[in-house]
Unconditional design. Sequence first.
Length: 204
Amino acid sequence: MSSTRPDLVVGDDGLTRCAWGAGDAEYSRYHDEEWGTPTHDPVRLFEKLCLEGFQAGLSWITILRRRPVFREVFFDFDPARVASMDEHDVERLLGDARIIRHRGKIEATIGNARATLALEQPIDEFLWSFAPPRRPRPFAAFAEVPATTPESTALSKALRARGFRFVGPTTMYALMQASGMVDDHLEGCFRSTAQVPTVQGSTV
């Protein structure tokens, strides 16, 4: 693998990727097929919200490799089923070495499911209402990618006001990236859709 820019890598398949999406097969699949792809499925968005919370303080690959087990123990992240979990379920999960055994994050997932059911609108509509306008051009380097934005801060505040936990501005910006509310694939990455080409002096 090689590239003339340190934040991009050209794979053996000839495709140029963000460097973080190369080297590990599962990361490459996630980069190529999921990250930055607009997601409106309410269950998958709830899952992303919960898993981004579990990721806090850890690497994303740690969560990604455990995602099948997370889906197993949290009923495929069906909010109604997760909301019905109780203290016995919390204790059971604290004894399950296959997941991240963090009481606060487990309890937050259950609480967030209940908060999801209490929202005044479907969670997909609620989350996407905070999506920013499409960026006119992609970032050229990872150093340009923000950790938070006004939109992720506003989303965090709105969720916290409704009882959600582990939904800080940085975590919510990661959710926006993962669910395609923003496209942070770098300029030159084959997945980047942010760049709007200019034709005869006008944008298309």
